[in-house]
Design a protein around this ligand. Structure first.
Ligand code: GBH
Length: 448
């Protein structure tokens, strides 16, 4: 057996997001978000599920943090519901909303768990959506105001801040498909992407001006896209997919420019930065958050939408697709980490999400022996370790997810947790993977 030891101070964490776990959707002065609105619209979400109650984390937070501590977890990545802070997106701050996150970071502090807070995990205030949402440039200033309030209140105790989670998914909410706000207008989608970048940059500037002690970055989902063949058409289609899902965000932040090929391809609907925007967007960050789940093979497809590309999941030999239909390919994680080392200045990186949904089979006590999930996590940790050996500055790893939760348009059916949630009783039952992860953390290593 080969021991794959991780660096000292490696942060072993778990991840969730506000809308997916908190519930209490209209309590203590919380305003309506676009995900509240979306879920309350018939036929948007599988089974008519909503995040109204979710895991009731809003009321069970202290017990949840206690369980994290019991499992030996060193870091907790959560997101802040913007609508608890600014119920109407702007104007008066809601003190009860602030109090909740204040208590959360205090609880984490007492448990010796590092706080990793994301400001935007997709739940934009509906009041701002009514003014155009991310298509409206003013939203970037509203975001910077909200960021300042959070930095002022929690900045002394939060170690890692992220501006957005997966801005490409927010963009896709304007391109059609299954994400809020559920619009379909390619002519605004890339303006949305630009405003997300600009809002990110403005929040980073606010953070720098305030001189807060933590670190700030952004969380991108960078899945591994590879061409189906080496034909020129497939290679170019892959390039467009990568430009759309990776470089549209990475390049402005790290290279102060949009990907040229995509700009030409999009023509009049491409992002149109104003004077000074690119300087704001490229304000240096302290770390990059990486969400990695799967590999896709891409081919040229004349009917493949705006990008004329189609993708199918690719699983490495011995793996099948996950319950989500995603391809399992741990080497893809190494590849993405090396790409960031080679082409984006070898930044400090945290894997902010990685995990899998498996059809868990609980026994009569609700206990789940999720060996598939353990195999997935183990292989991805080995892949991450390979990247560290090759000089990647990987500082931590957060499993998605701490507990089963609301999986967006798919509702509660997919279960990503290392802790099972029995939604009828809200009982938390650690799965076998939780005990396995506790051991990984204790040893600071995985075995091959
Ligand atoms: C993450 O999304 C989310 O951050 C998290 O909230 C979620 O629960 C978790 O994964 C599990 O799904 O064509 O632009 O819509 C990562 C998965 C992969 C979701 C790519 C969107 C399609 C991109 N993402 N997927 S897009």
């Amino acid at each position: 057996m080969i021991v794959k030891a991780f660096p000292q101070d490696f942060v072993w964490g778990v991840s969730t997001s506000a809308y997916q776990v908190e519930g209490a959707w209209n309590e203590d002065g919380k305003g309506e978000s676009i995900w509240d609105r979306f879920c309350h619209t018939p036929y948007r979400i599988a089974n008519g599920d909503t995040g109204d109650i979710a895991c009731d984390h809003y009321h069970r937070m202290p017990e949840d943090v206690a369980l994290m501590k019991e499992l030996g977890v060193k870091g907790y990545r959560f997101s802040i519901a913007w609508t608890r802070i600014f119920p109407d997106g702007k104007g008066k701050v809601n003190p009860k909303g602030l109090d909740f996150y204040d208590r959360l970071v205090d609880e984490l502090g007492k448990a010796g768990i590092l706080a990793n807070a994301t400001l935007n995990h997709w739940d934009l205030p509906q009041a701002l959506q009514d003014l155009g949402g991310w298509a409206n440039r003013d939203t970037t200033d509203r975001f910077a105001e909200y960021a300042r309030v959070m930095f002022d209140r929690l900045g002394d105790r939060v170690a890692l801040w992220a501006t957005h989670n997966e801005p490409v998914v927010v963009t896709s909410g304007y391109l059609g498909g299954s994400m809020a706000p559920g619009l379909a207008d390619a002519s605004v989608a890339y303006r949305v992407a630009h405003h997300l970048n600009l809002a990110h940059g403005k929040a980073v500037q606010v953070f720098r001006q305030g001189g807060y002690p933590g670190k700030i970055g952004i969380v991108l989902d960078l899945q591994n896209y590879i061409p189906e063949s080496d034909s020129e058409a497939d290679v170019l289609a892959t390039q467009r997919m990568l430009d759309h899902s990776h470089h549209l965000f990475l390049d402005p932040i790290f290279k102060r420019q949009y990907p040229q090929g995509l700009m030409e391809w999009l023509g009049t609907i491409a992002p149109q930065p104003q004077e000074g925007d690119m300087e704001i967007i490229s304000t240096p960050i302290d770390f990059l958050g990486l969400n990695y789940y799967f590999t896709l093979k891409v081919r040229y497809e004349p009917w493949g939408g705006l990008l004329k590309a189609a993708a199918r999941p690719f699983s490495a030999p011995m793996w099948s697709q996950t319950e989500m239909g995603w391809g399992v390919h741990p080497e893809g994680l190494t590849a993405i980490l090396l790409k960031l080392r080679n082409h984006y200045g070898n930044p400090d990186i945290y894997i902010t999400e990685n995990g899998t949904a498996a059809p868990d089979q609980p026994d009569e006590h609700g206990f789940v022996q999720d060996r598939e999930r353990i195999a997935y996590l183990r292989r991805h940790l080995i892949a991450a370790h390979d990247a560290i050996q090759q000089g990647v500055n990987l500082r931590g790893y957060f499993v998605w997810s701490f507990m089963d939760n609301f999986e967006w348009a798919l509702g509660y059916r997919p279960r990503f947790g290392i802790v099972r949630v029995d939604y009828a009783t809200q009982k938390r039952i650690p799965k076998l993977s939780a005990y396995w992860y506790r051991e990984v953390i204790r040893q600071n290593a995985v075995w091959e």
